[in-house]
Design a protein around this ligand. Structure first.
Ligand code: 3PG
Length: 393
């Protein structure tokens, strides 16, 4: 793929696919991170003499016009982040879109309506991609977090115009390459979350690529069950025990060490500040559930982290959303942050709850790279091809 430095943008109308699928409450953006992250790309294209036209989806309207999912709600937050005027076009193709682009003055950014209001978007319909291509001269994809979708605006359009990766896409791809493509070893992967069943492909891919695999959260309970450990009332997928054993076998064959909790924090209720105690993992009472890893586990992890050169993190180690069961996630995240700050570790994190957990721990700012992606980050960690990236060539 090409970068913005390798494509002629001067005097061109540049169609930029961005991901501004931001959280919103009552029509007001509550977290503008994804909007802020596209600012460098927009400014760079403008500095190189291009007119920026943004294409994006919002939520999942399934091919229908759903007013609450209009990108008009994002226009204000976008203008604020860019510090400039944003012209809104109430359709992403056709005369309405063309008029918005024509009417935009020098330095204005054009934001077109939700691409998913057209059924052809998710079907990657050639007619829709062709209608989009009519609007501009060059295509830039800056939506890494939507790159796991083979849609008209993320994949089809890339084949119809000269195409390049935006700055955010470029940064995401370089960080991921540094973490799993050609990493400095040893490499540690920290994978948490509730269910093994949703992360099977991911675990299967990681054991053949990393030196250490730390498993936390509810997933760890399933692995403990697979080893014959009693986990009481803990969340565990008992029917996945065979699969967990297979993953452990594959890891052993590949020279990857799996790390499970050696002590756990248990409680009788799943609620904040529930009475709790810390016990060796083998001693979980029959009427209790594991809600976090204990301090001995964290200490062991800190030792593993200290030997590593590269670390990739997806998912919390415990029930981080309720205190005090966020303790292991917080402590481990802060250890990674400290090693990264000291220049000893390259750390990359991404996916759904992960960023929220690292933010809550106050550790996110020190990670080498935090991905804006949820599903795309996971699919990439699973070793899958991302259509939005491969379409860039
Ligand atoms: C995301 O929020 O992860 C991306 O915008 C992709 O959204 P989707 O899962 O609706 O395709």
């Amino acid at each position: 793929w090409k970068t913005l430095d390798e494509i002629d943008l001067n005097g061109k109308t540049v169609l930029v696919r961005v991901d501004i699928n931001v959280p919103m409450e009552n029509g007001v953006v509550t977290d503008a991170t994804r909007i802020e992250k596209i600012v460098p790309t927009v400014k760079d294209i403008q500095a190189k003499g291009g007119k920026v036209v943004l294409l994006a989806h919002y939520d999942r309207p399934k091919g229908k016009v759903v007013p609450e999912m209009s990108l008009a709600h994002v226009q204000g937050a976008l203008a604020a982040a860019l510090g400039g005027k944003v012209v809104f076009g109430s359709d992403c193709v056709g005369d309405v879109a063309k008029a918005a682009i024509k009417g935009a003055g020098p330095g204005d950014v054009v934001l077109l309506e939700n691409t998913r209001f057209h059924a052809g978007e998710e079907k990657n319909a050639p007619e829709l991609a062709a209608a989009m291509a009519e609007l501009g001269d060059v295509y830039v994809n800056d939506a890494f977090s939507a790159a796991h979708r083979a849609h008209a605006s993320t994949a089809g359009l890339a084949h119809l115009l000269p195409a390049a990766a935006g700055r955010l896409m470029e940064a995401e791809l370089r960080a991921l390459e540094a973490a799993l493509g050609a990493p400095e070893r040893p490499v540690v992967a920290v994978v948490g979350g509730a269910k093994v069943s949703t992360k099977l492909d991911l675990l299967g891919n990681l054991v053949s690529k990393v030196d250490h695999l730390v498993i936390g959260g509810g997933m760890a309970n399933t692995f403990l069950v697979a080893q014959g450990v009693e986990v009481g009332k803990s969340l565990a997928e008992r029917d996945m025990a065979d699969t967990a054993r297979e993953i452990m076998g594959k890891a052993q064959a590949a020279g990857c060490t799996i790390h499970l909790p050696v002590d756990v924090v248990v409680a009788r209720e799943f609620k904040a500040n529930a009475a709790n105690e810390c016990v060796p993992t083998a001693d979980c009472p029959a009427d209790a559930m594991i809600l976090d890893a204990g301090p001995a586990t964290v200490a062991a992890l800190e030792q593993v982290f200290a030997t590593a050169k590269t670390l990739i993190w997806n998912g919390p180690l415990g029930a981080f959303e309720i205190e005090p069961f966020d303790a292991a996630t917080n402590a481990a995240a802060r250890a990674v942050a400290g090693l990264t700050r000291a220049g000893k570790l390259i750390s990359v994190a991404g996916g759904g709850d992960t960023v929220a957990a690292l933010n809550k721990a106050g550790a996110a700012a020190d990670f080498s790279f935090i991905s804006t992606a949820g599903g795309a980050f996971l699919e990439w960690m699973e070793g899958k091809d991302l259509p939005g990236v491969s379409a860039l060539g």
